[in-house]
Ligand binder design. Structure first.
Ligand SMILES: Cc1ncc(C[n+]2csc(CCOP(=O)(O)OP(=O)(O)O)c2C)c(N)n1
Length: 382
């Protein structure tokens, strides 16, 4: 590239948000901030967003409780992050793809994954680690940051196929930004201008590693500058701000008329109220009162106060909501606990054509099942 061309390109380089204050729509008391743009959501949508956040918080409590009773395996709590999860998924069109981590239960549910399917994998059932029929949600990613280049790849594929009205939304944590996959994915996203939005849920901790030990960058948003993509910092405890920013980013990412697609890195500044997972004890590495300051900005309380002031919510409506939420979650737990899996599934879903050695093992299992019925291991595993 000629020196002049490089200079010209520099002059027109895209604006990058780096160390500015996170964008907010509501203050801590649920008041619309002066100069804040109210998102384009109908009264019904606002109330239903609140109900989904409320459901997510209650789901978290019940999931932790049944994990403690030994009824599900290790669970990654989302309390504090559920407002951002619900709001980002509200901004998606059904045909957009969601790439979640192990913590994005509410984001998955809002984009179409039934509640029971969130619990089934934690009972050893394959559902939940599969792409559900007709729902554009990838299996949850546990190896940190692997979803970033994969999301970029799907978005690039959409662009190559001319499907630029489809976007991909990829969640990641602050810890993921230290992985090579984060760099590779965002670098390609910038080079190929793919229709993707990357949401970094900066919850201040990667298990026991605090944000300031994760990176010397002042903000996570500013990392996007190096990849030539736009970025924005947003108050991740403000669901309306999260919705607004994600919606704008998705609109920039998609370009149905065939023009330029512009990927964005969103840094959602929020906090993980609870443990990393039910196998973790955060009191070992963080002060007990650290959460208090964040809880003053709580997403559920904030939206609740806003809706009461707007006359869209009252105690009667809330009581009905609570009843619906309790019964939906109880039904999901019952469904997950009643579900059974076919042991032969362990041989499926990896190979298009089953290799001989797997076929032999499957036949051996079939023979055992034939002989011993429902307990092919004949009590050996008891
Ligand atoms: C490649 C890889 N390295 C290490 C781990 C172990 N591990 C699981 S969760 C986690 C922390 C991730 O923190 P962050 O990306 O901030 O997400 P959060 O859990 O806070 O949502 C680590 C290191 C892993 N799952 N994958």
């Amino acid at each position: 590239m000629s020196a002049q061309k490089e200079l010209d390109q520099h002059e027109t380089s895209r604006p990058v948000a780096a160390d500015e204050r996170p964008i907010q729509v509501l203050d801590e008391d649920g008041n619309l901030l002066p100069n804040a743009a109210m998102p384009d959501l109908s009264p019904d949508e606002l109330v239903s967003m609140y109900e989904d956040i409320k459901l997510a918080r209650r789901f978290d409590q019940r999931a932790i409780s049944i994990q403690r009773q030994g009824r599900i395996a290790t669970y990654a709590p989302m309390t504090g992050q559920e407002g951002a999860q619900v709001a980002t998924s509200y901004a998606l069109d059904d045909h957009d793809w969601l790439f979640p981590t192990y913590r994005e239960h509410a984001a998955k549910h809002v984009h179409g994954v039934p509640l029971a399917s969130l619990l089934k994998p934690l009972r050893g059932l394959r559902e939940g680690y599969a792409v559900p029929d007709g729902v554009n949600v990838m299996p949850e990613y546990i190896p940190i940051a692997t979803q970033v280049p994969q999301a970029m790849g799907m978005a690039w594929g959409h662009k190559l196929q001319g499907k630029t009205d489809h976007a991909v939304l990829c969640h990641l944590g602050d810890g993921a930004t230290s992985e090579g996959d984060f760099h590779e994915g965002l670098n390609f996203a910038g080079v190929f201008d793919v229709p993707a939005v990357f949401v970094c849920n900066n919850n201040q901790w990667a298990i026991s590693v605090p944000r300031e030990r994760q990176t010397a960058s002042e903000t996570i948003a500013q990392k996007a500058q190096a990849y030539g993509i736009e970025s924005v910092r947003v108050d991740g405890l403000d669901p309306l701000a999260m919705y607004q920013v994600t919606n704008e980013a998705l609109n920039k990412a998609k370009n149905p008329s065939g023009g330029e697609c512009r990927p964005t890195l969103i840094e959602a500044v929020l906090y993980r109220y609870g443990a990393h997972t039910t196998a973790d004890d955060p009191s070992v590495y963080r002060d007990g009162d650290e959460a208090d300051e964040w809880k003053d900005k709580d997403p559920l309380d904030r939206l609740q106060k806003f809706l009461y002031k707007e006359g869209l919510l009252d105690e009667h409506i809330e009581a009905e909501m609570d009843e619906r939420i309790e019964s939906k979650i109880s039904d999901a737990i019952t469904e997950a606990e009643r579900a059974e899996s076919d042991p032969n599934q362990i041989f499926e879903y990896v190979y298009d054509e089953m290799p001989d050695r797997l076929r032999e093992q499957r036949d051996e299992l079939d023979a055992l099942r034939e002989k011993y019925g429902d307990d092919p291991f004949n009590g050996v595993l008891e």
